[in-house]
Design a protein around this ligand. Structure first.
Ligand code: AMP
Ligand code: ZN
Length: 115
């Protein structure tokens, strides 16, 4: 996707504070962190959201999850963290390239969702 900001980060075409990269995924710091630790893990493959996820994406999504856990261990989330995948309009997704937020730090996080 030529106009997708996360595809451009994956390709190295725009800068990001990358923490980890391999053949399938990239992890980088969120530009507007909401907690002391806030990074994103994305597949290099352009998948718009969880709504488009298919069985053939199992390998890359497995990598997304294991890399998220590894980077969380390495960035000060010893006592836990929250992983969030905002999806579609109801989920208030802003960037339509599937990404996992990992949010944490030393303090206990606020309640998950408030209505
Ligand atoms: P959402 O799609 O609602 O899950 O959120 C998208 C997230 O991407 C937000 O937390 C933004 O701060 C973050 N974001 C947007 N552009 C960039 C960028 N260029 N580098 C890092 N994070 C970004
Ligand atoms: Zn993309």
């Amino acid at each position: 996707m030529s106009d997708c900001i996360f595809c451009k980060i994956a390709a190295g075409e725009i800068p990001a504070k990358k923490i980890y990269e391999d053949d399938l995924v990239v992890a980088f710091h969120d530009i507007r962190p909401v907690a002391p630790v806030h990074f994103l893990v994305i597949p290099k493959l352009h998948i718009p959201s969880m709504a488009e996820l298919q069985p053939e994406h199992a390998e890359v999504m497995g990598r997304v999850m294991t890399v998220a856990a590894q980077v969380a261990r390495e960035t000060g989330c010893a006592n836990g963290y929250r992983m969030i995948i905002n999806t579609g309009k109801v989920g208030r997704q802003e960037v339509y390239h599937l990404h996992v937020h990992v949010v944490g730090g030393p303090e206990v996080l606020p309640a998950m969702v408030k209505y």
